[in-house]
Design a protein around this ligand. Structure first.
Ligand code: SF4
Length: 118
């Protein structure tokens, strides 16, 4: 099977072509200008991860929510579970930039961190 994708590891955005066997194992990667593109393609085919950004509800603050993000990329398959955890969370003001609002969200090893203050 052939999978085509755009490498997002740098602004050049090379068009990658990935050859996979029937079990999903990567056989070859082409189109990448650097080694980084090959790693991106393999990760994207075997364990795709994304940063998650959202907001958490705040009690008693100047704003009703605080923007948050994961401290590192999390598996794509955990996105909905993590969004549910974020949506269920309510924190009390004051919130400072960088505060950890949820530790090890859904056992991903990532924290949910405030990206502003309220
Ligand atoms: S393959 Fe290399 S040069 Fe091309 S977008 Fe990815 S990181 Fe950038």
């Amino acid at each position: 099977m052939i999978r085509e994708m755009i490498c997002v590891s740098c602004p050049i955005g090379c068009a990658l072509r990935v050859e996979l066997d029937d079990s999903g194992k990567v056989l070859s990667v082409s189109g990448n200008t650097r080694k980084r593109g090959e790693k991106y393609a393999i990760d994207e085919c075997t364990n795709p991860v994304r940063m998650l950004t959202s907001t958490v509800k705040v009690n008693g603050g100047s704003l009703p929510v605080v923007p948050v993000k994961t401290s590192k990329p999390i598996p794509k398959g955990k996105m909905f579970e993590c969004m549910a955890a974020i949506n269920n969370e309510v924190v009390d003001a004051p919130i400072k930039l960088g505060d950890v609002l949820i530790s090890n969200v859904c056992d991903t090893g990532a924290d949910i961190v405030a990206t502003n203050e309220v």
